[in-house]
Structures are given as structure tokens and as C-alpha cells.
Design a protein around this ligand. Structure first.
Ligand SMILES: Nc1nc2c(c(=O)[nH]1)N[C@H]1C(S)=C(S)[C@@H](COP(=O)(O)O)O[C@H]1N2
Ligand SMILES: [Mo]
Length: 194
């Protein structure tokens, strides 16, 4: 795809990698770090960092689009497929949505199907470990959604039957956030970003 055709409407390409965090960078002790899968699952799971790193590794190029207007093209993310992590917990048939919880208190909601199709949990980008401010030790990447769905410092995936708004969705951002459909804002009134 040409560079033009891969830039979604009203986005501009940047070479920098801005940091957008609601609450700074949390301090994380990798020995105590866990990834929890809970809610509508057959088996609640708590993974250590080693256990995540023992899953099959995926390296995939994906663009990143922040709703504030910047897009990064062609980063190569290294991690695991969300689907390989989710398989360990076996979501119940009624699970349709996921709330992603993070070590800084941030949350964001996603369709389970979208997560299973394209979600990656990554620890490195372009051959370098993720910088702490970009989500080390593990962040989500969901390429077709605006960047606020790509949660940093992920701590848990909660499986739900009904959709529920996360941090920015509560503040007026779209529940789905598809970049090609320009799903920037939802039905709720928008509070100004700071
Ligand atoms: N845990 C957590 N994840 C987060 C955020 C946050 O504040 N906390 N900000 C989101 C927003 S609004 C964007 S655009 C991207 C930005 O990722 P970056 O800071 O690595 O550029 O992270 C998303 N994930
Ligand atoms: Mo964002």
C-alpha cells in the first residue's frame, strides 16, 4: 500500500513517538507483574511475565493512529497474539466484550472478536524493548482502532457479556474507535482532552 492510502482520514504522519498517558508511567516490578484473565471465562488465569514470553512470538508491522491526529507508519511490533493468551482462559460463549485494565488505572473496552483477530500484546518495537513510557513490560496493539484502545502496562483482561465504556469512552470517545470509519467520538458529550 502507498503511504497515502494507508493514512486514515484527517490524520498526519509523524516520525516522533509522542507519549499520551493519563497518569504518568507506573513503576512495575517484573517479578510481581501478572497478567490476569477473569470474568466470563471457563478458567481464570494469572500469567507471570515468563509465561507470557514462553508463548509463540509474533513480529508484525502495523501502523498506529492517535485520535489527536498523528499517525506512525510501519513500526514492527514484537509480542504474542492476544488470541494465544485468551485461549488459556477459554472465554464462555456469552463473552462478547473485553475490558482491558492497566497498572496506571487506565481502562479501555474492545469487542472480543476484534481482539482475537488483530490484537497483539507486545514488549518490543523496531527491535528495541518498549520504553517504560510506551508501556513496558506489556502493551496492547490494536492496529485498526485509534491509539487509545492500545492500552499500555496491561494488567488484566476482563471478559464481559455487555459492552461498557473505559476511561476515554466514559469521557466521550467512541466505543469502537475504528480509524477507517473515523469513529472518534461517541454519543456522550465530549470533555476536552488535556
Ligand atoms: N495504560 C494506559 N494506556 C494508554 C494510555 C494511558 O494513558 N494509559 N493512553 C492511550 C492513548 S490516548 C494513546 S494515543 C496511546 C499512546 O501510546 P504512546 O503513549 O505509546 O504513544 O496509548 C493509549 N494507552
Ligand atoms: Mo490518544
Amino acid at each position: 500500500m502507498s503511504e497515502q492510502s494507508r493514512v486514515p482520514p484527517r490524520q498526519r504522519v509523524v516520525k516522533t513517538f509522542p507519549v499520551l498517558s493519563i497518569n504518568g508511567t507506573p513503576e512495575i516490578d517484573i517479578a510481581k507483574w501478572r497478567l490476569k484473565l477473569f470474568g466470563l471465562v471457563e478458567r481464570e488465569v494469572e500469567l507471570t511475565y515468563e509465561q507470557v514470553r514462553s508463548l509463540p512470538v509474533v513480529r508484525k508491522e502495523a501502523d498506529f493512529h492517535c485520535v489527536t491526529g498523528w499517525s506512525r507508519l510501519g513500526d514492527v511490533w514484537e509480542g504474542v497474539w492476544v488470541r494465544d493468551v485468551v485461549a488459556l482462559a477459554q472465554p464462555k460463549p456469552e463473552a462478547k466484550f473485553v475490558m482491558v485494565h492497566c497498572y496506571d488505572g487506565y481502562t479501555t473496552n474492545l469487542d472480543l472478536q476484534v481482539l482475537l483477530e488483530e490484537g497483539m500484546l507486545v514488549w518490543a518495537v523496531n527491535g528495541e524493548p518498549l520504553a517504560p513510557e510506551h508501556g513496558y513490560p506489556l502493551r496492547l496493539i490494536v492496529p485498526s482502532r485509534y491509539g487509545w484502545k492500545s492500552a499500555k502496562w496491561v494488567s488484566a483482561l476482563e471478559f464481559m457479556a455487555e459492552d461498557k465504556p473505559g476511561y476515554w469512552e466514559e469521557r466521550g470517545y467512541h466505543m469502537r474507535a475504528d480509524v477507517w470509519a473515523e469513529e472518534r467520538y461517541g454519543e456522550r458529550p465530549v470533555r476536552r482532552r488535556t
